[in-house]
Design a protein around this ligand. Structure first.
Ligand SMILES: Nc1ncnc2c1ncn2[C@@H]1O[C@H](COP(=O)(O)OP(=O)(O)O)[C@@H](O)[C@H]1O
Ligand SMILES: [Mg+2]
Length: 417
């Protein structure tokens, strides 16, 4: 019997298109002997769809046609398992289209990777791949994450954070606090976005004010960080659970501007071949067809990088060890990627952030470390199944219904005491 893997992707996030690509990369490497893929596409308006056309990246060029060829569905636990049911129920034909044994969220960004989908799949009560609700939310939140990491003795840059409403109320007070605590240049970021959206560097007060106003367009909480100078960025992937994890080789992503932008991350490298779709925020994402394994080889989410990174053995080990610590402190599971900022003059390493569901599931880092994408996927699905088994050993609810054991309304009152 094959394991039915429900792959959840898309979502109401600025990284919607990236999720579609990561999902397409993953499904082309899932072992067809072991797994049956049940695609669950979450449209930007939150409606869920299933259908075979979702397995082909080319179908996403024309969303209207694609969605007409798919079924609108709800994913529900009916007490006997998790079912994918048509909604509204059809007058004729099957209502239950499929079942799911393991949920595999492949989503990026806010409203998705931030615990939203983790919560949804937790409610389904089946194993799910990747971080739980808490790890997901802290993993997406640049402010809470830095606070937790700092408290755990993990090196992060100095920072100041505040709510937009506080800034609107007393701008001067906050600007004063920033200038007292941090020297220019600083980096201004929305508190909980990804893909460099809303991020700007500021070298003086005027630029700081402008950058804050800009970041406030994207989030209601803002973080200002001391900018790392003589910057070298290094990323490292990690696979595991709370007790055991393994790290990959390191990569050095390259950037064309001061800030590694959405475009740097996702716009095509001219050398790559394949179709082009206009992705979010003007990004042209190149891809091939799933059958030719194209998305995996032509997507250049990973083409602007050096693997392994050009750093010493000692630095590599320091980064790998910090990667494991971050993964553990934040309570992650499955595959993640931890991003670092290095000041090449002082050689000091800072943890920038974790990506709890990394782009392309970091497969290119694992392939470079000798682990095939197929093996990576096998491992993270196994981790999900084992976690669910361990979880079921814990007591979350009692079989006896306390309400049924009470007498009349008097009994109810005593139950509250
Ligand atoms: N403190 C910092 N100092 C210098 N550069 C930074 C700093 N923080 C972020 N950057 C630059 O901005 C990019 C995006 O910031 P990051 O926090 O990783 O946001 P995102 O979640 O959008 O990827 C980084 O990859 C790096 O190039
Ligand atoms: Mg980043």
């Amino acid at each position: 019997m094959k394991i039915k893997v429900g792959v959840f992707f898309g979502g109401a996030s600025v990284e919607h298109e990236i999720s579609v690509i990561t999902m397409n990369q993953a499904i082309s490497s899932l072992n067809p002997e072991k797994y049956e893929i049940v695609p669950i596409y979450i449209a930007k308006n939150g409606v869920m769809y299933t259908g075979d056309d979702l397995l082909d990246l080319y179908s996403f060029k024309d969303m209207d046609v694609l969605l007409k060829r798919c079924y609108k569905v709800a994913v529900v636990n009916d007490g006997k398992g998790v079912k994918v049911v048509r909604t509204p129920a059809p007058l004729i034909g099957k209502r239950v289209l499929n079942t799911i044994d393991v949920a595999f969220p492949i989503v990026h960004g806010t409203n998705c990777e931030d615990g939203t989908i983790a919560g949804f799949v937790t409610l389904l009560g089946i194993p799910f791949v990747g971080p739980d609700i808490m790890a997901s939310s802290i993993g997406m939140d640049k402010i809470l994450q830095k606070k937790v990491l700092k408290e755990s003795g993990i090196p992060v840059v100095d920072f100041v954070s505040f709510y937009s409403l506080e800034y609107i109320k007393d701008e001067e007070k906050i600007l004063k606090e920033i200038e007292e605590k941090l020297d220019y240049p600083v980096i201004v970021k929305p508190g909980n976005l990804g893909s460099s959206v809303g991020i700007k560097k500021a070298k003086n007060k005027a630029e700081l004010e402008e950058a804050i106003e800009f970041a406030m367009e994207f989030a209601d909480r803002i973080i200002i960080e001391k900018a790392v100078e003589n910057l070298k960025e290094i990323n490292c992937s990690v696979i595991g659970n709370l007790t055991e994890c393994e790290t990959s080789v390191c990569e050095e992503p390259f950037f064309s501007d001061e800030i590694l932008s959405y475009a740097d991350k996702y716009i095509g490298n001219e050398k790559t071949k394949g179709g082009t779709i206009g992705g979010g925020k003007g990004a042209n994402i190149k891809f091939g067809s799933q059958k030719s394994g194209g998305a995996k080889t032509t997507n250049n989410e990973f083409s602007n990088k050096k693997i392994p990174a050009d750093i010493s053995k000692e630095k590599t080990e320091e980064i790998q060890s910090l990667t494991k610590e971050v993964f553990k402190v934040l309570g992650c599971s499955g595959v993640a990627r931890v991003d670092f900022l290095i000041d090449t003059k002082t050689d000091k390493v800072y943890v920038n952030e974790i990506n709890t569901i990394p782009g392309a599931l970091s497969f290119y880092l694992w392939e470079a470390s000798g682990k095939s994408f197929e093996k990576e996927l096998d491992e993270i699905i196994d981790i999900a199944i084992k976690r669910q088994r361990d979880k079921e050993k814990l007591t979350f609810s009692y079989d006896k219904n306390i309400l049924a054991m009470q007498g009349g309304s008097k009994g109810m009152k005593s139950a509250q005491k």
